[in-house]
Design a protein around this ligand. Sequence first.
Ligand code: ZN
Length: 180
Amino acid sequence: MASFDLAYNARIAQLHASLGIAPGYAQHSGLPLQIEPDELVDAGKDMFDRDQRLTPSALAAWQKMQQTAADQGITLLLVSAFRSVDYQAQLIRKKLDSGRTLDDIMQFNAAPGFSEHHTGRAVDIACPEDEPLQESFENTSAFKWLSENADRFGFVMSYPREHRHAISYEPWHWCFQLDQ
Ligand SMILES: [Zn+2]
């Protein structure tokens, strides 16, 4: 682990305990611990008019990719960018409170500390032709464009259909990898 931090680990462990997530999540899920960045900048509004933030280099890469796609007739919409560890915990807490089981929730949400959105380099992307955060995004021209072009801007699809992690296929989730 690059930034092994006892205080951070202790905070994550405490959040997991409060949500009922069993110890050993890292081993079971195969997901790496994700560290919140030191610097985040305003990434503008997302498609739901919420303020979003990214790291400076991820924002620059995202804007360049979005503009290049637009120049080629492809609209890439931002659904979600940086999410804090605390936000992730709240998100899971809300779903638990609404009556969903932890096992069900954890199929779609990484445990606090293990979401790539904590890094400020991950973006969920949608397009006007499809509802956001649906597997059917893979059938859109936006997804086709991303598959062919995103790597030129440093973005990689983190959770392809076949992968070892305890997260479902997420064709909308792309992470900027160049400034790790
Ligand atoms: Zn995502």
